[in-house]
Ligand binder design. Structure first.
Ligand SMILES: C[S@@+](CC[C@H](N)C(=O)[O-])C[C@H]1O[C@@H](n2cnc3c(N)ncnc32)[C@H](O)[C@@H]1O
Length: 304
């Protein structure tokens, strides 16, 4: 049976389509669905989130747009054919794995959360920039990242952070908080008191038209040490050879994706602010869409 959930936000009708109003409404939309499920009794947070991520693997939030303006209508639409479980074993989409086109069965995922949990060993703070409602932070907590660490969801969208706050009330054992944060004007005071942090982005640096000069420079003024991980569809900046990387480059040229992250990273390394560790290019995608193909970039920020 096809899943159906839609809302019309009259106050958004006519707003020019852009990242900020889109996410403001999309987080509100998701929040309404999650509140409905909670009211129906789905109050165990890991269950709620797994059920929700399963839904979003099959359905995507569609925002009505006419002539570049939002209509205010938000609805879940199938990403492709939604297969019954047994059929799903025999169907796959064309995806990408480590730069190669491969058949991707629905039940295969890239386990970014285990990677991040491994890298979180010994940290006192886990900070996600562009966290939305903190889904990845909750998943990290349940994946075994330090139980007593501070988990901070930082985002420009207050609607996402509000949803994160309300979900966190279902998990009082987790030290979860939110902070308003703009990647374009980073305020690193959020790290005050931390000695060792895992800082990551997961499909959010891509929206920064340009990495600001004080992104790594500002962080260098914080005395602690950090592992920084960027999971972003930006492999074209390291010369990803896959045709989807080419589509990413075209999207960046049209202003739909960041175009200078690799450059900002090398400049910061040259100044000694960070130490680049790994660029794993064109790692995983379940489709040929340029926004779906992630690369994983890891660097460290030394103490002092
Ligand atoms: C695709 S969502 C990813 C959310 C989350 N990282 C995840 O993977 O579940 C992108 C998020 O980036 C945020 N974002 C976009 N531009 C931003 C900026 N300049 N500063 C902070 N957050 C930003 C959006 O508000 C949105 O919540």
């Amino acid at each position: 049976m096809t899943f159906r959930f839609e809302r019309h936000y009259a106050d958004m009708a006519g707003a020019t389509f852009a990242s900020e109003p889109y996410f403001r409404s999309a987080w509100r939309f998701r929040g309404e669905l999650l509140s409905q499920w909670i009211a129906e009794g789905e109050t165990v947070l890991p269950r709620l989130l797994t059920r929700f991520t399963t839904l979003e693997r099959r359905y995507v939030v569609n925002c009505g747009i006419e002539d570049g303006a939002m209509t205010g209508l938000f609805v879940y639409v199938p990403k492709g054919t939604v297969h019954a479980p047994l059929d799903a074993l025999e169907h796959w989409s064309e995806g990408v794995l480590r730069g190669k086109t491969v058949d991707m069965p629905e039940y295969v995922n890239y386990d970014t959360i285990s990677l991040l949990a491994d890298l979180a060993d010994g940290v006192d703070t886990v900070l996600e920039l562009g966290a939305g409602y903190g889904l990845q932070l909750f998943r990290l907590f349940y994946a075994g990242a330090p139980a007593d660490a501070r988990y901070v969801a930082a985002d420009i969208s207050q609607a996402g952070l509000d949803l994160g706050e309300s979900l966190s009330r279902l998990e009082p054992r987790m030290n979860f908080s939110t902070v308003a944060f703009d990647i374009a004007r980073p305020d690193w005071s959020v790290l005050k008191g931390s000695r060792k942090a895992l800082i990551f982005t997961h499909w959010s640096m891509m929206y920064a038209p340009k990495v600001p000069d004080d992104f790594f420079g500002g962080l260098a003024g914080w005395p602690g040490e950090a592992v920084m991980v960027f999971v972003e569809p930006l492999g074209f900046q390291w010369g990803g050879g896959h045709p989807v990387s080419e589509k990413q480059r075209e999207a960046a040229e049209m202003g739909a994706l960041n175009g200078d992250f690799a450059e900002a990273l090398s400049a910061a390394a040259a100044k000694g602010w960070i130490e680049p560790l790994v660029v794993a290019n064109d790692v995983f995608s379940r489709s040929q869409h340029p926004f779906d193909l992630c690369s994983v970039v890891v660097c460290s920020k030394p103490a002092g």
